[in-house]
Write a protein that binds this ligand. Structure first.
Ligand code: G3H
Ligand code: 13P
Ligand code: ZN
Length: 324
């Protein structure tokens, strides 16, 4: 299904829909199991990198298979959306629309304002003919967005959002309020340090900017990218078992919980799943160096990701029970 109804309900209900990226079978199984067990609507995201890694055709039919898998797990009416994450051209978005995706993102946020509008509108005009919803982005997140990278973030300008949404006709808007992609969302210089634990404490998100955007666009679906919290237990496990992720830091979950209660109705999480996968695999490799059956390390990785996704759904996004 597309995201229109999902978002309308989420805004009214004060929760957010989880948007989880997937690149392989284990991630997809974990996402579907978590969504089915909690009866949460879910958005399966495919990035350009995922398409290059796993092949778009395979991912698309895996998502279709996932709907049947969800039913097998006892979820009678699964609410699952297949979404292109960070589409960077009309051709890429069109190819996903033509191929059966139910939603696409056109991320032209690195282009000048008028060019962002023109490209977004072109995608919207095409996608809406097929009832495919379109997410656009205004403002720049720090870090790497697929092949687009920016050293510093530029918060979304609230004075631009009405003009942008009206002229493009987009269905939802990704904004920049201090989140960023990856496992290093803030430099140590941007944080303070908890004297007891020695852990970095990141600066708060710009909720004033979010409030100003919501005031301009009441009830309009807002999306947060770069919303992994970088759970320190996974970072510790990775470091304990031979990895090296010093000072990895994410967005505190209480802040995401607060955002989910507002017009933020889609929250993107990818890095946390990568961390859980890597932590579990590293543990098996360290404890059982003789193991060489991938099922023996991908299985525990899948279990840990399922636990992570359920936690996000229940304790952070509040979307459990919203797709009974
Ligand atoms: O926003 C970026 C997502 O985490 C996807 O990352 O381009 O490495 O697949 P990727
Ligand atoms: P994270 O890197 O914080 O998981 O963000 C993922 C994302 O925004 C995908 O589009
Ligand atoms: Zn993103």
């Amino acid at each position: 299904m597309n995201t229109r109804e999902m978002f309308a309900k989420a805004i009214k209900g004060g929760y957010a829909i989880p948007a989880f990226n997937f690149n392989n079978m284990e991630q997809l199984q974990a996402i579907i199991k978590a969504a089915a067990e909690t009866k949460s609507p879910v958005i399966l995201q495919v990035s350009k990198g995922a398409r290059n890694y796993a092949n778009q055709t395979l991912l698309r039919y895996m998502a279709q298979g996932a709907v049947e898998y969800a039913k097998e797990l006892g979820w009678e009416h699964p609410q699952i959306c297949l979404h292109l994450d960070h589409g960077d051209s009309f051709e890429l978005c069109k190819s996903c629309v033509d191929f059966g995706f139910s939603s696409v993102m056109i991320d032209a946020s690195s282009l000048p304002y008028e060019e962002n509008i023109a490209l977004t509108k072109k995608v919207v005009d095409y996608a809406h003919q097929y009832d495919v919803t379109v997410e656009a982005e205004l403002g720049v997140l720090a870090g790497v967005e697929d092949e687009v990278s920016a050293a510093v973030s530029h918060y979304t300008k609230p004075e631009e959002v009405v003009d942008f949404a009206t002229r493009t006709g987009c269905d939802s808007l990704a904004i920049s309020i201090g989140t960023s992609h990856g496992a290093y969302k803030f430099t140590p210089e941007q944080c303070t340090r908890d004297p007891k634990t020695g852990r970095l404490v990141p600066p708060p998100l710009a909720f004033d900017v979010l409030d100003a955007i919501m005031e301009q666009l009441p009830g309009f679906p807002i999306v947060l990218h770069g919303s992994s919290s970088v759970p320190q237990e996974y970072v510790d496990m990775i470091n304990q078992y031979g990895g090296k992720l010093p000072d990895a830091v994410g967005i505190p979950e209480e802040q995401l919980r607060k955002a989910a209660k507002s017009a933020v109705c889609k929250i993107n999480i990818d890095s946390d799943s990568r961390l859980a996968f890597t932590a579990a695999v590293r543990k098996v490799f360290a404890e059982k160096p003789g193991e060489f059956d991938p099922r023996k390390y991908c299985g525990p990785a899948r279990d840990l990701m399922t636990e992570l996704y359920k936690h996000k759904i229940i304790n952070v996004l509040g979307s459990d029970g919203k797709a009974e």
